[in-house]
Design a binder for this molecule. Sequence first.
Ligand code: 3EB
Length: 330
Amino acid sequence: MNDTAPHPATAALRVDYRREPLDALLADPRLLAVFGFGDAAPATHVDPRYLHVALPTLGDAPFECWFVDGGIRSGRENGIAFSGDGTLQFGALDVADDDDIETAAADAYARLQTWLANSGYPHPLRIWNYMDAITEGDGDDERYRRFCVGRARGIGRALAAGELPAATAIGLPHRSGRFQLYWLAARTPGQPLENPRQLQAWRYPRQYGPQAPGFARALLPAQTTMPLLLSGTAAIVGHASQHGDSLASQLDEVLANLDSLVVTARAQRPGLAAHFGTASRLKVYVRDAGSLPHVAALLDARLPTDVPRIVLHGHVCRRELAVEIDGSHA
Ligand code: 3EB
């Protein structure tokens, strides 16, 4: 696809959590993408801007909406659902995962590479990866480690640190047989950010697998009208998991890591709010279904009530990690 939509003067992206019916949201010509989570959300929609993510929710979750200024063209091509406004592109694909996540990831990333190179939006800013049984298998056979190998193989070349996207990789708690990949890409590259509290993931030592994961801790888009994009963030300091015995302590470590990313980003972009608030959107992934209410209560105590958040049942990619948070911050 060669998208010839006119360029808006500035790329704007507003992420919002909304409770209107799906068709009302899709009627908005400024809607770039909308995500429904869990069983209560529609599994499919004819509109390529809608994507269902099969992570169970705590209670009745809102839809996640990505809004731009309009001028959107959308469609499906070669199994890829896409929409773009000339500056930003949402895209999604999924591939069969017949118990071989390495091959599934390699296929999906090879298709993504080709697609981005030809779509007019060559720079992936933010990528989400959802897969079955993420921590199944032992040692280097663990499925998350095989996923990292397949992802790197599909991309086909080593990414320079300056071109890594922000990312999330989370396990679906119920088997789907699919590997799901979706992204936000742009005409212009953003600036990947690292976290001074954490080793760069692409430099993780061999003990975490044969292929270090290729993502940046956050990404600051080129335009000041776009939010900071925060990668999936867990209770990892340096490269080591922390507080294996305490969900509450893990959550505090996650929030410390996220605060540190906001401080890092504000050094580049002082206009970003100093703390999470109404301009933030957080998605919280909790390993154990029974812990979702507990995590929600802990967040109620630790975050201002005005921080919109969605609490989801999803598996973090290290067994000892109980919770992970991603999101955006303007
Ligand atoms: C971590 O910090 C936790 O492989 O794309 C977070 C975000 C994690 C993205 C990925 C993995 C990925 O290592 C796991």
